[in-house]
Design a protein around this ligand. Structure first.
Ligand code: NAG
Ligand code: NAG
Ligand code: NAG
Length: 210
């Protein structure tokens, strides 16, 4: 009698622990293609970022407008090459190589659920992924609202257009990214533009290696 009850109890305990685990919400995968306008705050430096995510074509674009400052382009290919450039008369370009591609649509898989929180006026589900990022998604619409990188670099999602695609000609880095005289142009400091790209590559790397 007793052992039966005990094992029944164990089964119930086991089942309920599985049930509560599977009841935790999971982050929505990123749409395969979207355009988003983000307001970023990098330790007090404010930026508006046009993010064009394009997984089927293996590319990701961060067009970064620094507040009352430079406009920088951070074009990332999933083979690991990034072109970080300006389109002004300075003709600056840096070519960076990473061992990882762009973020996968399911890069948030395996994130740890932390509960619900109001952020920017939206009720959100909150997850963390190995302390690299805090990610906030609207409970109802499942749209990302906000995220915080481990170093405090924050994003507020202003628009999120699922399926929007930037036309091909815009993905062509300028000729001076490919010229013979490129070493002279390496003077451009990685600073803000590529630090975002670097962060994204780091998050991508962590997501893949888990
Ligand atoms: C940007 O972040 C800093 C902290 O890093 C904060 O003090 C500041 O208020 C933020 N600015 C805006 C406009 O949110
Ligand atoms: C990666 O792809 C881009 C775009 O096609 C290309 O410009 C770049 O040279 C490629 N990088 C490598 C290492 O093959
Ligand atoms: C990617 O992750 C591996 C293992 O965690 C690490 O050794 C490597 O340096 C990382 N690469 C980049 C580009 O961050």
């Amino acid at each position: 009698m007793k052992p039966v009850c005990l094992s029944l109890f164990t089964i119930l305990l086991f089942c309920s622990s599985i049930a509560s685990k599977s009841l935790d919400p999971t982050p929505s995968p990123w749409p395969l293609q979207f355009h988003s306008v983000l307001f970023m705050n990098n330790s007090g430096t404010l930026q508006k970022v046009d993010l064009w995510y394009d997984w089927p074509n293996g590319r990701n674009f961060n067009i970064i407008q620094n507040q009352l400052g430079t406009l920088k382009y951070d074009l990332e290919w999933t083979n690991g090459t990034s072109y970080v450039y300006t389109l002004d008369s300075n003709k600056e370009c840096r070519v960076l190589h990473f061992s990882v591609g762009i973020l996968r649509p399911n890069w948030l898989d395996g994130a740890t659920y932390l509960g619900q929180e109001h952020v920017d006026g939206f009720l959100c589900n909150v997850w963390t992924k190995v302390d690299f990022i805090l990610y906030y998604e609207d409970v109802v619409t499942k749209t990302p609202v906000h995220w915080v990188f481990f170093n405090g670099y924050t994003a507020h999602v202003m628009t999120f257009e699922v399926g929007a695609v930037l036309e091909d000609p815009n993905w062509q880095a300028p000729v001076y990214c490919f010229g013979e005289d490129k070493p002279l142009l390496e003077s451009m400091v990685a600073t803000t533009a590529s630090s975002l790209g670097k962060l994204i590559r780091d998050v991508s790397n962590v997501s893949i290696s888990l």
